[in-house]
Design a protein around this ligand. Structure first.
Ligand code: SF4
Ligand code: MG
Length: 339
């Protein structure tokens, strides 16, 4: 069997409208602009990039929570983007989402039991109340919450426990794919590792496939088998996790990597410091040529401004940079960046 998820040339463009009474479309935000990727079964794909790079939109478009503008998404061999609504509802159970802030995604008026029962009822899982209780009780055990949690409300829990409720709500339906959008970025650093470890254990026990979205390369490092880096709606680099962290090729990945805090203050940090000039350009008006050329410390005239690099294989990494080899060998040196 091939990958569980296969995305081909996926685009999500949002119209920008203006007008006092009647909307007039004045442009488009190219939130996702031609992404190809595959998520292998039982593995974790870590998707990383700054806020506004399109990674959340891509995650939502894969689940069709946002309708793609073009391209295809295959889930277990079934093309989702043209699936009629009734068939899509049937697929939904198999793919679930975990959100950044469980406080805003959990209904504060529902106790944990009714939050979990709701999904079971919506998907017709469990013959009767007793059977649903059993599924819910096992799910609580699996995410490390006590049984008394059932009668409590979201605000009665800590942030880490609330994220466990969010994970339970996804898991109770028995999904195969979980898209986790910034699952730990709202949590204290000390709690982040616990939640990541829980996701990792659940994956081993249940054979789950994950797409984990994060703005921070450090967060997805230990859980990801493959990591993809997005910039302005496009993938700029993708590699097996060990390889990406050992030898990032794309200048943008190198910049993100140099911003990751050093874990051990005793260890001398010999990594390069890469400062990026300027802010993330608007996805409504992305730069021509290489989208990163306005901030890239290695940008070369005039090719980088003229020609859009495509993802190509460089020693097992897919990278979208015209000069990946020359940058890797040190033949090209970064320019001084004035900040
Ligand atoms: Fe930088 Fe040019 Fe490579 Fe783009 S193609 S990342 S601008 S060197
Ligand atoms: Mg794993």
């Amino acid at each position: 069997a091939g990958p569980l998820v296969e995305v081909r040339d996926l685009k999500v463009h949002f119209p920008i409208t203006t007008g006092l009474i009647f909307d007039r479309v004045v442009g488009h935000v190219m939130a996702v602009d031609g992404v190809d990727l595959a998520v292998p079964r039982g593995k974790t794909y870590g998707l990383v990039g700054e806020s506004g790079c399109g990674k959340s939109t891509l995650g939502r478009a894969i689940l069709r929570l946002t309708e793609p503008t073009a391209g295809t998404v295959h889930f277990d061999g079934v093309e989702l983007t043209k699936l009629p609504a009734a068939k899509m509802r049937g697929m939904r159970r198999r793919m679930q989402m975990i959100f950044q802030d469980p406080m805003s995604s959990l209904d504060p008026r529902q106790n944990v039991e009714s939050i979990l029962v709701e999904g079971l009822q919506a998907h017709g899982i469990g013959a009767d109340r007793a059977e649903r209780r059993k599924i819910i009780s096992k799910t609580l055990d699996a995410v490390g919450l006590p049984q008394w949690a059932l009668s409590r409300y979201p605000h009665e829990f800590s942030g880490g426990q609330r994220q466990r409720i969010g994970i339970a709500r996804a898991l109770v339906l028995g999904p195969e794919l979980i898209v986790a959008d910034e699952p730990v970025s709202a949590l204290d650093v000390s709690i982040q590792a616990q939640v990541i470890n829980l996701l990792d254990e659940l994956q081993d026990e249940l054979g789950l496939t994950y797409l984990v979205i994060a703005h921070d390369l450090a967060v997805v490092r230990h859980i990801s088998d493959v990591v993809g880096v997005m910039y302005l709606g496009a993938l700029v680099e993708e590699a097996p996790s060990d390889r990406l962290y050992r030898e990032p090729l794309h200048p943008y990945t190198r910049a993100l990597m140099s911003a990751v805090p050093v874990p051990d203050p005793e260890v001398e940090d010999r990594r390069e410091r890469i400062l990026l000039a300027g802010d993330l350009p608007s996805p409504a008006n992305p730069p021509a040529g290489c989208r990163f050329h306005t901030r890239c410390p290695w940008a070369q005239p005039t090719r980088c401004a003229d020609e859009r690099p495509v993802l190509r294989d460089v020693g097992g990494t897919r990278v979208a940079c015209h000069f990946a080899e020359q940058i890797q060998s040190g033949e090209l040196r970064p320019h001084e960046v004035r900040v």
